[in-house]
Design a protein around this ligand. Structure first.
Ligand code: FAD
Length: 303
């Protein structure tokens, strides 16, 4: 019942999401991890508790070479698993098509080796799926699982069977930021359209910086041009699971809440006591965000 997990590597560094996927996959059987990245990333994967073996390959970086490499390895595994991330959404459908297997995606809970729970209708309902195929191709939502601990020392094997591709990677462009990654941050401060302008969003960023938090936004704020697209949280944005989510001037529309279901504590700053986000928050500060947020920053800076 072995599992092969596709690791996430970002700019040569193993993503923290991989430890969460490994923790989930360990419920299914012994876990090997395929690391498409440099040796340092492979060593970081080998240190994750529960990993039996790491298979490292620094040349398979495109979705078609990655899916080709995993297809080559697939005969030794019952489960082929990745995160429900941009990478997973690119690689897993190709792999599933190559193997002629129906994938089960966006899994948030494992009920048994063949029964999985996944959200549908933008997170408004959960469906339980029985996967009776002899091999399983799965994606897990990293935010739904706690990360596996470190301290392991699994062996690292190099996969040198390079897969040919018709495509060539010319360049990868990344958004430079000195704030934590939104997808994996422990604290997220997010602003809504009521922040009013891109300049107004600097207040949200300042609160984020004071707390060492990542910054997010609603789709309405992104559509208004107040915040960049990659800050969007929700059904059509990022799915996040911080320990603390601070929602500033956000109403809590269903499509937004779909992205924050994994948040452990929610603080809402809103002028409307009846806003949906206030109803589900652990703490609500009712009032004008332009008064509350500067006071909050001043208090935090005094600490
Ligand atoms: P509003 O709903 O307008 O809320 C503004 C809030 O600010 C209100 O609660 C108000 O009381 C409060 N407020 C106003 N002034 C102040 C003040 N001065 N101080 C304090 N509080 C104040 N949305 C997402 O966020 N993410 C998604 O991924 C997403 N996907 C979608 C997909 C589809 C198919 C559709 C149809 C919609 C999607 N939306 C998504 C949009 C979503 O339905 C909402 O329109 C959006 O989330 C609302 O954003 P908001 O909370 O910023 O704005």
């Amino acid at each position: 019942m072995s599992v092969l997990v596709l690791a996430e590597v970002d700019d040569g560094v193993l993503s923290p999401a991989t430890a969460r996927i490994v923790a989930a996959a360990a419920n299914l059987g012994p876990v090997d991890v395929f690391v498409p990245g440099p040796r340092a990333a492979a060593d970081a994967a080998a240190a994750i508790s529960g990993v039996r073996k790491v298979i490292a390959n620094d040349s398979s970086l495109l979705a078609d070479t990655l899916s080709g490499a995993i297809e080559t390895l697939a005969k030794d595994y019952i489960y082929l698993v990745s995160g429900a991330s941009t990478l997973g959404k690119d690689v897993i459908p190709r792999l599933a098509a190559k193997l002629d297997i129906q994938p089960v995606t966006d899994i948030v809970a494992i009920e048994s080796p063949t029964r999985f729970v996944r959200p549908i209708y933008a997170g408004n309902a959960l469906e339980t799926v029985t996967d009776s195929q002899s091999k399983h191709v799965l994606t897990f939502r990293a935010s739904a699982f706690r990360p596996a601990a470190g301290g392991n020392a699994a062996p690292v094997e190099v996969f040198d069977n390079a897969v040919q591709s018709a495509a060539t990677l010319i360049a990868a462009h990344r958004t430079e930021s000195d704030t934590p990654d939104l997808s994996t941050a422990q604290i997220v401060v997010a602003g809504g359209v009521s922040v009013g302008s891109a300049e107004g969003f600097q207040l949200i960023e300042k609160l984020g910086k004071t707390l060492g938090a990542a910054v997010g936004a609603t789709r309405a704020a992104v559509d208004a041009g107040y915040a960049p697209n990659d800050w969007q949280v929700g059904q059509t944005g990022k799915i996040i699971a911080p320990d603390l989510y601070i929602a500033v001037g956000i109403s809590g529309a269903l499509q937004h809440l779909a992205g924050i279901q994994g948040a452990r504590k929610i603080i809402a700053i809103n002028s409307d006591v009846d806003a949906p986000i206030v109803k589900i928050s652990d703490v609500a500060l009712i009032g004008d965000l332009f008064e509350i947020v500067p006071q909050l920053i001043a208090e935090l800076e005094r600490l």
